[in-house]
Write a protein that binds this ligand. Structure first.
Ligand SMILES: Cc1cc2nc3c(=O)[nH]c(=O)nc-3n(C[C@H](O)[C@H](O)[C@H](O)COP(=O)(O)OP(=O)(O)OC[C@H]3O[C@@H](n4cnc5c(N)ncnc54)[C@H](O)[C@@H]3O)c2cc1C
Length: 222
């Protein structure tokens, strides 16, 4: 795999623990919405600490964009990423990953698992092809919802938010479980896109299969 050293152009806090990071785009560097890259911070100490992050920008933008949640209570790479400044450097690999759009369907995301869907939904919106797609987005509390306004603007009533740890009259309260999916999915013969923590993905996939979804209709990072 090739590696590219790129400068950070801007870093902006978009929730209490999530940053939007714009970086230079290497010449000829292309990705398919949904794909990720292995990323490390270009310092002697950290350059071999690679972690996967997903491109959230449009494929035709001049710059690349990541949206990265920092685990501040843990001395890992994401905490260090949250402390970076413009002109600091990242090293990115070639793009990789299994998540890509293959037709209208239901997107089901948990927390930072929204990132591949941001790229896909922005691209569809840009091409006026978003109609008919639905997003279920699960977060702990309202302040954890990434790009809430942009997602509402793009999807309107097809953007359904669930909170698992805060009761709020504007949101569903509870996890995305079998009862929720049974009532919210009118036709199981469609595409499903699932991304989030590993146990979230396993749990949602097994419910979808139980409800009759076909194995090859479920897109997720394996
Ligand atoms: C294909 C793919 C794409 C991804 N894309 C994105 C993206 O676009 N944006 C994004 O934000 N994330 C994304 N992730 C997740 C991201 O890669 C991880 O959050 C990151 O690798 C964590 O690195 P770390 O060094 O901070 O944590 P690590 O040290 O690697 O720890 C891994 C995980 O363990 C947990 N953990 C371990 N120890 C502690 C502790 N003491 N306290 C609290 N938590 C702890 C954290 O949940 C952490 O995520 C993606 C993951 C994959 C597989």
């Amino acid at each position: 795999m090739s590696e590219f050293t790129v400068k950070i152009l801007s870093i902006e806090k978009i929730t209490h623990d999530v940053n939007k990071i714009k970086i230079e785009r290497p010449v000829g560097y292309n990705f398919i919405p949904g794909q990720a890259a292995d990323v490390s911070i270009n310092t002697q100490k950290l350059k071999n600490e690679k972690r996967p992050f997903t491109f959230t920008g449009l494929s035709e933008w001049n710059n690349l964009e990541f949206i990265i949640k920092s685990y501040k209570d843990h001395n890992g790479v994401t905490r260090k990423i949250g402390e970076l400044k413009p002109n600091d450097e990242l090293i990115i690999s070639d793009p990789w990953g299994a998540i890509r759009y293959k037709g209208k369907g239901t997107f089901i995301a948990g927390g930072a698992g929204i990132t591949p869907f941001i790229a896909i939904l922005r691209e569809l919106n840009n091409k006026n092809k978003l109609a008919g797609n639905v997003l279920f987005f699960s977060n702990k509390t309202e302040k954890d919802i990434i790009l809430k306004n942009e997602l509402y603007d793009m999807l309107g009533n097809n953007f359904i938010n669930l909170l698992t740890r805060e009761k709020n009259k504007d949101y569903y309260f509870g996890r995305i479980d079998e009862a929720f999916l049974r009532t919210r999915i009118p036709d199981i013969n469609q595409n499903f896109y699932v991304c989030g923590p590993e146990d979230f993905v396993q749990n949602i996939n097994s419910i979808l299969l139980k409800l009759g979804a076909k194995t090859d209709s479920i897109v997720f990072e394996k």
